[in-house]
Each structure stands twice: as structure tokens, then as C-alpha cells.
Design a protein around this ligand. Structure first.
Ligand code: AMP
Length: 596
């Protein structure tokens, strides 16, 4: 048989394997989503019987073989992380008795420190890691329909890990994922088609890691069919990195010599032996000419002409990055696949090409037992006692806070995530991710949530659009130094023609302040009317400030992949950093016209 015939047979058998994987995946999803209520009852019974002898369930009188939902809901309270922190700290300090979970805890996962004041630590078992991995491999063929040919430019970073006083590894969940050999080998759409070598992904120094990952992406630019980051904001960060470093990167490519700043030995060896054997001046010239100049519209497509889509989380507060990613990508499809956390992998987007504003996640009923606290605008204000409902009783259009009970020992645990029911896949609920519940601005009785703020930013964006200006990123603070206090909105602007938005008429930014006030809620506007809140202020920041914020957060323990820009900054040092980079400040010129 000649080579072409061998390839044809290989392709045919490969095709059959893929077709079988797809069929198995469809069957898995269909069964799971049809039987979701049975699965939920079974999951809760399994969790309760497995963990019946734990201190926590005994404390709540669940140790006598009670596995039914009613006893569970009567005896076990709905809690937040703060309520179980002392139990987790015991584990952290080396008490390995079955406190929360009967199975041995193998790691503590750090959950992002940017959405709450401190990093949370979530215990994890080997079984749960396997459960998550199995879910990923079972669902992937369904989601991807057919595997991507070509390579993935995956800009993925890990971070240093620590060992707890009790001897457990403590690290961000993504480290655990990227360091699991199964992640590279068993996945039906394996990550070994990544352009980045694992030495680059595992390198704890972010500069060295992203620098070499971009280099590898350049060398394989024609093979790249997709770009992957974890959160949309990560890609914006990588593009800024490219802006700052492209001439050094091009120098390396044209000389064939790796930048001496790449000091990690295994990474350096891998780069020089695999990728940098010959100088490639033509490639360097091409990258340089693509990056020269101010107009970076479509830069991703220019450099990676065969890329079809960008895979990144773009829901919740990440939606604000969609316009800027469209700008840089030249209109590549934007795809978000899943909704997950250190605590649990909750759901998948079963229709990934649907467009970033239409994403709903189908809950995976085999991963945890779920409850849902119905929310109304008053709940955020009054903080009334939560009354969760189960999966059988959720209503389309209603917003809920997600509450989970997991195999790893979280019982009726409030995630702090607000989701809205959009429909069902078979009998399984599908949700939109709305926002984190706990991020609010408040001066008086009013409470402004993250999504209220986001909406206000969007109204300002509409004003700025007419002047070819985009809000690159934003954060805020309730400033109580003035009397009355007022909202301060920090923004970084990107204008096609003006650096830092300097030169944009003062009136325009005042108009933005007013537009934002007009879009804010009833209580905000009535407080303005009664002078309990002063005029909203926009502080324009010099370019690069949000990058500095991220560096700052990372140097304080956040991770690149998990970092989400805090929409409300409370830390004094972060506020100092922001205020030191203010170029101009603008106030709302009048009362909002839409006073209640
Ligand atoms: P971490 O435990 O650090 O991985 O953070 C998990 C949190 O990230 C979740 O509780 C959500 O608030 C957020 N998150 C995860 N996936 C998504 C998603 N697809 N869309 C929006 N937010 C998400």
C-alpha cells in the first residue's frame, strides 16, 4: 500500500473513531438530560450515604442513613464559604479526620481572590478530579461536533503552588487541570495539538511563559485554527503584552537566538531545540509589519490567517470584552464552552456557535445536587433568609443564586453566582450566567449590582462610539470622602486617533456621566434627587493602568487565568494605584433627567 492509501485508511479509521465518540457523546447527553430529576435524587443519596460518617453531617443529624431530600433540607443549613471556613482551615492545618468528606482530600483548590476579598480554598478528592475529567471527555465530542483540524494557540498559564502546613498541595484549579497528564493524552480533542509546549504552560514566570507561547504561535502561524484563553480578559492582556514586546519577539525570530530573559532551563532547552534552530527573517519581518502602527484592528486574523474562532469565557462581566475582541480578532467567532469553578463543573454550552450574547449553559445534573435561591431586586437590598427550590421547581425567566451540594463535602453551599433560567434541554434547566451576587456599589440605601454598573457602562459606550472611542476596561468605587458620597467610575479609553482619549471633549465625558446616572436604578436616582448621593464622577486612566492592576493582583496571589477585573475596588492600595494614574476627571453636570 502506498503512503496515500495508508493515509486514506488512517483517515477513514480516524473518522470512524470520531463518529463513534460523537454517537457515544450524544447518547450520554441525551440520557443525562432526560433523566435529570432521577439523577439529582441519586446524586444527593450517594453524597449523603458516602459522607454519613463525616463530622459535618453528624453535626446536622444526618448520620442515621438519611438520604432523602426533605430531611436534608430540614436539618442542613444553607451556608456561605465563611460558615465553613473554620472546617477548611482545620484541613489546611493537617487535620485529616473526615470533617466534611469521607474520601481523602488530595488538594485544596484556590478560588479566585478577585471576586471575594480573600482566596477561598476548596477541598478536592481524586474521585472528583476523575468525575470532572470524565465529564469533559464525555461532553466534548457533542460540543465540538467534529474535531478541529490544525492547532490551538492556547495561551494558558499556571502559577506557583504551595504546600499547606498539613502537607496538601494548594493551587488554582487550572494548575491541577493543566498538570494532569490525562488533560493532554485522553481528551478526544487533545491539547497536545497546542502550539505551546508544556514547558511554557508550566513555567511559573508569566513573562517567560507568555513570551515563549507567543513565539511558538508565530512559528506555527499557518497551523493555528483556534485561539484559546480561559477568560476573555486574558486575551486582551496577551494582546497588550504583544504590543509591548513584539520587537524583541521579532528580533528572536530573525536572529534565531532566544531572549536572555528566558532563563527557565527546561523551557529554554525546549525552545532552542524544537523551535529556534534557524533564523527566520521573513517571518520576523511579517510579524513586525503586522504589529507596526496604531491600527491593530483584525491583528489576530492577520497573524493567524487560518484561525476560525476564539475560545474564551465571555459571559457575566466578561461580556464587556466582546466588542474589543471583535475589533482585535477581525470578526472571528467567539465561543464559550462551559461554566465551572473550583467547587464544581456546573454546565456546558451545548450550542457553542450560538454567539456570545446568547449563551446558556445546560446544568450537568450528575456533578452535584443543585438548589436555587430565587432572587428579586429587593433580595439584594434586604438580604432576607434564602429559600432555595430544587431543580424540579425552577421557572423560566427567574433569576437564582446557585446553591450546591458536592461529593467533596460542600453542603447547601451558596456559590454567590446569579443565573437566569432560559429554558430546558430535555428536562434539564439551561441558564444564562448573569453576575456575581456580592459585587455592589452603595452610598445610601441604594444597592448597585455588577450588572447595573455594566449596563451603565454600556450606555456610556454608546455615547463614546460616535467619537470612535471604546471603553477598554473599567472599575469603580463608592467614594465617601466627599459629602455626600458619590460613585467614581474609573475607565481606560481606546480611541482610534487619540492617545488615552486625550482630546476627547470634556462635554462628551460629562455626557457619559449623565448617561450612566440615567441608566442606574430607582433608588440611585431617588437618592440623587434628595442629594444623598453626589454627581457621578468618571476618572479617565492612562493606558496600561488595568494591566498594572492585574500585575498588582497577581503579585498578591491572584492568578492570570482566574483573574477577573474587580468591578468595585475596595483595597486602599489598588485605589492608590488607580488614583496615581488619573489623567482627567469629569462630573455629571446635572441631575439625571429621569428622576423618580
Ligand atoms: P474560580 O473558582 O476561581 O475558578 O472561579 C469560579 C467563578 O468564576 C464562578 O463562580 C463564576 O463566578 C466565574 N465563572 C466561571 N465560569 C464562568 C462563565 N462561563 N461565565 C461567567 N463567569 C464564570
Amino acid at each position: 500500500m502506498d503512503a496515500a492509501a495508508v493515509m486514506a485508511v488512517d483517515e477513514e479509521s480516524g473518522g470512524k473513531v470520531q463518529a463513534r465518540a460523537y454517537e457515544a457523546s450524544v447518547k450520554f447527553i441525551e440520557e443525562l438530560t432526560r433523566k435529570c430529576h432521577e439523577v439529582q435524587t441519586m446524586v444527593l443519596a450517594e453524597i449523603l450515604s458516602q459522607n454519613a460518617e463525616t463530622e459535618y453531617l453528624k453535626r446536622h443529624e444526618m448520620s442515621h442513613g438519611h438520604v432523602d431530600q426533605e430531611t436534608f433540607k430540614t436539618n442542613v443549613p444553607v451556608v456561605t464559604y465563611e460558615d465553613i471556613k473554620s472546617d477548611i482551615l482545620r484541613l489546611y492545618n493537617g487535620d485529616f479526620s473526615p470533617i466534611l468528606c469521607a474520601q481523602p482530600i488530595v488538594e485544596l483548590l484556590f478560588s479566585s481572590g478577585t471576586s471575594s476579598a480573600q482566596r477561598k480554598m476548596i477541598p478536592i478528592t481524586d474521585d472528583d478530579l476523575q468525575r470532572r475529567h470524565k465529564l469533559l471527555t464525555s461532553v466534548s465530542p457533542f460540543i465540538k461536533k467534529s474535531p478541529d483540524k490544525g492547532k490551538m494557540l492556547g495561551l494558558l498559564l499556571t502559577r506557583d503552588e504551595t504546600i499547606t502546613p498539613g502537607g496538601l498541595i494548594a493551587r488554582p484549579g487550572l494548575n491541577t487541570l493543566f498538570k494532569n497528564p490525562q488533560f493532554y493524552n485522553d481528551n478526544p480533542y487533545p491539547y497536545n495539538t497546542n502550539t505551546s509546549p508544556i514547558e511554557a504552560i508550566h513555567c511559573p514566570d508569566h513573562f517567560q511563559s507568555i513570551y515563549t507561547q507567543l513565539l511558538c504561535g508565530f512559528y506555527q502561524r499557518h497551523d493555528v485554527t483556534r485561539v484559546k484563553v480561559i477568560f476573555g480578559s486574558n486575551l486582551i492582556w496577551a494582546i497588550r503584552f504583544l504590543k509591548a514586546n513584539y520587537s524583541n519577539l521579532c528580533h528572536d525570530i530573525s536572529s534565531g537566538n532566544l531572549n536572555p530573559k528566558i532563563t527557565n532551563l527546561s523551557l529554554r532547552t525546549r525552545m532552542t531545540e524544537t523551535f529556534m534552530q534557524h533564523p527566520q527573517p521573513k517571518l520576523a519581518k511579517f510579524i513586525e509589519s503586522a504589529c507596526l502602527g496604531k491600527n491593530w484592528e483584525g491583528i489576530l486574523q492577520k497573524i493567524w490567517p487560518n484561525a476560525k474562532y476564539i475560545e474564551a469565557i465571555l459571559t457575566g462581566s466578561m461580556t464587556q470584552y466582546i466588542p474589543i475582541l471583535n475589533y482585535y480578532s477581525g470578526g472571528l467567532s467567539l465561543v464559550t464552552l462551559n461554566y465551572a469553578s473550583s467547587e464544581c463543573d456546573f454546565g456546558y454550552n451545548l450550542d457553542p456557535m450560538c454567539g456570545p450574547y446568547d449563551i446558556s449553559y445546560t446544568i450537568m445534573p450528575n456533578m452535584a445536587y443543585y438548589e436555587f435561591i430565587p432572587l428579586s431586586p429587593e433580595d439584594d437590598v434586604s438580604g432576607s433568609q434564602p429559600k432555595p427550590v430544587d431543580m424540579a421547581n425552577v421557572v423560566v425567566g427567574q433569576e437564582y443564586e446557585l446553591v450546591i451540594t458536592t461529593y467533596t463535602g460542600l453542603y447547601r453551599y451558596r456559590m454567590g453566582d446569579v443565573i437566569r433560567l432560559t429554558g430546558f434541554y430535555n428536562s434539564t434547566p439551561q441558564f444564562k450566567f448573569i453576575r456575581r451576587r456580592d459585587v455592589v456599589l452603595s452610598i445610601d440605601v441604594e444597592k448597585t449590582t455588577e450588572s447595573d454598573l455594566h449596563k451603565a457602562i454600556q450606555t456610556a459606550s454608546i455615547v463614546l462610539q460616535q467619537f470612535n472611542t471604546t471603553i477598554l476596561d473599567y472599575t469603580s468605587n463608592s467614594c465617601t470622602k466627599t459629602n455626600p458620597g458619590h460613585y467614581v467610575i474609573y475607565i481606560e479609553l481606546i480611541t482610534k486617533t487619540l492617545a488615552n482619549g486625550i482630546g476627547l471633549g470634556v462635554n462628551i465625558l460629562e455626557e457619559c456621566c449623565l448617561a450612566m446616572e440615567e441608566s442606574l436604578g430607582f433608588y440611585y436616582r431617588s437618592c440623587r434627587k434628595s442629594y444623598c448621593i453626589g454627581p457621578l464622577e468618571i476618572r479617565v486612566l492612562s493606558n496600561g493602568t488595568f494591566e498594572k492592576m492585574m500585575d498588582f493582583a497577581i503579585s498578591n496571589g491572584a492568578t492570570f487565568n482566574q483573574f477577573k477585573m474587580p468591578r468595585c475596588v475596595k483595597s486602599l492600595s489598588m485605589l492608590e494605584l488607580l488614583d496615581s494614574r488619573v489623567i482627567s476627571s469629569h462630573f455629571s453636570p446635572s441631575m439625571p433627567h429621569t428622576l423618580p
